[in-house]
Design a protein around this ligand. Structure first.
Ligand SMILES: C[S@@+](CC[C@H](N)C(=O)[O-])C[C@H]1O[C@@H](n2cnc3c(N)ncnc32)[C@H](O)[C@@H]1O
Length: 201
């Protein structure tokens, strides 16, 4: 069977959100080198779209790439809180997405945010900063509602990983797999995805 009959699925048009091209261009100009890739974005959009009036949390806005995909999936009653410690990168997200009343930009250390945020308040958490993923994992999971979904990417080796980071990944995956309240899927797909559903509503 020829390759052209079944093209690489990763190369198919993913119908990206309208603001994505502008955010990507600004991201490149700034030199921000940790953006989510389109496959992650498309997955996040589907997850955000899967629940009416979804309450979504993103830890690590960056320049707003995943934020933009998440917003594209949310319905009118959905809400997205996105937390970022660096106001310079988050400002890029605000430029293109700040008009949207469904989003709340929080400029704060995610560690502090997770301590004061209401427990079980989110249906979907995209944990895309070190805290909430490789540290403060209990805090992040405490914010997830019953039947909620926690998702991370970048579990496959990345060029920009700092020294010593690689060894944290299997520890994180094993930790997630060991939790009886979670149903975990781990895919060596895209940048490396782990998705966990918390039991009980
Ligand atoms: C992988 S990038 C986020 C990429 C973004 N979500 C996207 O889709 O392109 C991680 C982000 O987490 C932010 N960050 C790092 N430590 C943080 C902390 N303690 N609290 C909040 N944000 C943090 C970084 O400034 C960076 O923008």
């Amino acid at each position: 069977m020829s390759k052209s009959t079944f093209p690489d699925r990763d190369q198919l048009d993913m119908n990206p959100p309208a603001q994505l091209a502008a955010i990507q261009a600004a991201t490149e100009t700034l030199g921000f080198d940790m953006p989510s890739i389109p496959q992650t974005g498309a997955l996040l959009r589907a997850l955000a779209a899967s629940k009416p009036a979804a309450r979504v949390l993103e830890l690590g806005t960056g320049t707003g790439i995943a934020t933009c995909w998440l917003l594209d999936g949310l319905d009118d009653r959905g809400r997205l809180v996105t937390v970022e410690i660096d106001p310079v990168v988050q400002q890029l997200a605000k430029i293109d997405l700040g008009y949207d009343a469904r989003i709340n930009f929080v400029e704060e250390d995610a560690v502090a945010f997770m301590q004061h945020a209401p427990k079980s308040a989110f249906d979907l958490i995209f944990a895309d900063a070190l805290p909430g993923k490789f540290s403060e994992l209990d805090d992040a999971l405490s914010l997830l509602a019953g039947d909620g979904i926690y998702v991370v990417d970048d579990l496959l080796p990345q060029d920009n990983w700092p020294q010593g980071h690689a060894s944290k990944v299997p520890v994180f995956i094993e930790n997630m797999m060991s939790r009886p309240e979670l149903t975990v899927e781990h895919w060596e797909w895209a940048s490396g995805i782990l998705l966990a559903r918390k039991s009980g509503a």
